[in-house]
Design a protein around this ligand. Structure first.
Ligand SMILES: Cc1cc2nc3c(=O)[nH]c(=O)nc-3n(C[C@H](O)[C@H](O)[C@H](O)COP(=O)(O)O)c2cc1C
Ligand SMILES: CCCCC(=O)C(=O)O
Length: 375
């Protein structure tokens, strides 16, 4: 096999190797996929402003997330059903992420259990929560806590699944040996193509609790000592509500363009949310820290650099991890994380930023900011 030198190449290989139904599930987005494309295009409209003649002979990419030290600010987003990519599923992802010394967010829709993933060995893991029903969700939180997970990430953008037309067209069903083990009894019931459409969308729309509000989130937060993050915030109004209920972190996310088409690219709204964070620091210092993270369309170290410059404390990557897993298993996931980290280091060195603290708002220029000389 030709040597893979960037994360997109893993996707090209996965498109050929994976059964079309499962590649489409991983790669797909809602309706016309405008948001899916925009997540990436918006990054390409941001320019980097390098500073030259800075001593970059030593670089440091290490950072802390919720007080936990990690190798670099690139983490693994929660994604469903890793066994569709590789027989070792989330176990391989967990080992690779631990070897890269960064955070893995384990999905409620995983194809392995919370405990099986924890048993792969040491590693920093957060648990992503979908509330199918409140009792089941409370049990999952307790299990994650017991198994040594370090935070709960509640996904708030998914009362039902978005309209993913590839999955509807393909009549997405899971193979008999793959299920969402944490919500067992639910996934298996839909493993037969009884009806047209996506069986996963049917599971979500039938069984997910769609009544959840900010009040329920507050109640949930009281049930765990773990830090509590909200994933799927896209506006400053919601960021302020999140800060009001004292969440420990916000993940700016549009679910990789899979939920509502025509919501903005996450990088376009990050600053709106991150600035809210900064003002909150001043006016509500007692509420403690509230780091803002972002995911969606991050495929290059330059994308990570841009996100950090616009106020993110770190980023999460979704699909690249799945495609690395599909092609090379554990090694593939490790390689994806290593490539992104190396690219971030290269960007920092050439842009004159030996540490993450050197990356700031003036490190980038957004399309609204006119260059001072127009060519
Ligand atoms: C195949 C797939 C499954 C996903 N499953 C979940 C999930 O179970 N829970 C969740 O919160 N987000 C889920 N997401 C969204 C990711 O956490 C993340 O927001 C998104 O993938 C980031 O965009 P990227 O893939 O462009 O990096 C999923 C995304 C994909 C592609
Ligand atoms: C019920 C499965 C949800 C998976 C998911 O979140 C996604 O495909 O984006």
């Amino acid at each position: 096999m030709a040597r893979v030198v960037n994360v997109d190449e893993y996707e090209d290989l996965a498109r050929v190797k994976m059964p079309k139904m499962y590649y489409d599930f991983y790669a797909g987005g809602a309706e016309d996929k405008w948001t899916l494309r925009e997540n990436r295009s918006a990054f390409s409209r941001i320019r980097i402003r390098p500073q030259v003649l800075v001593d970059v002979s030593h670089t440091d990419l290490t950072t802390s997330v919720l007080g936990l030290k990690i190798a670099c600010p690139i983490m693994v987003a929660p994604t469903a059903l890793h066994k569709l990519a590789h027989p070792e599923g989330e176990l391989a992802t967990a080992r690779a992420t631990a070897a890269a010394n960064t955070v893995m967010v384990v999905s409620t829709s995983s194809s392995h259990t919370i405990e099986e993933i924890a048993d792969t060995g040491p590693g920093i893991r957060f648990f992503q929560l979908y509330i199918f029903n409140k009792v089941r969700a409370m049990e999952l939180v307790a299990r994650a806590e017991k198994a040594g997970y370090k935070a709960i990430v509640l996904t708030v953008d998914t009362p039902i699944l978005g309209r993913r037309e590839d999955d509807l067209r393909n009549r997405l069903v899971l193979p008999p040996d793959v299920s969402m083990k944490l919500i067992d009894g639910i996934g298996e019931q839909h493993s037969q193509p009884t009806e047209p459409g996506s069986s996963l969308a049917a599971v979500a729309s039938e069984y997910k609790d769609k009544s959840i509000t900010w009040k329920d989130v507050q109640a949930f937060m009281k049930l765990t000592k773990l830090p509590f993050l909200l994933k799927g915030i896209l506006t400053k109004e919601d960021a302020l509500k999140a800060i009001d209920i004292c969440v420990d972190g916000i993940i700016v996310s549009n679910h990789g363009g899979r939920q509502l088409d025509h919501v903005p690219a996450t990088i376009s709204v990050l600053e709106e949310v991150a600035i809210t964070r900064n003002s909150c620091y001043v006016v509500a210092a007692a509420a403690g820290r509230c780091p803002v993270f972002v995911d969606g369309g991050i495929r290059r170290g330059t994308d990570v650099f841009k996100a950090l410059a616009l106020g993110a404390s770190g980023v999460f990557v979704g699909r690249p991890v799945l495609f690395g897993l599909a092609i090379d298993g554990e090694q593939g996931v490790k390689k994806v994380l290593d490539m992104l980290k190396d690219e971030l280091r290269t960007t920092m060195v050439i842009a004159g930023c030996p540490t993450l603290a050197h990356i700031n708002r003036s490190s980038v220029q957004t399309p609204e900011e006119k260059p001072s000389s127009k060519l």
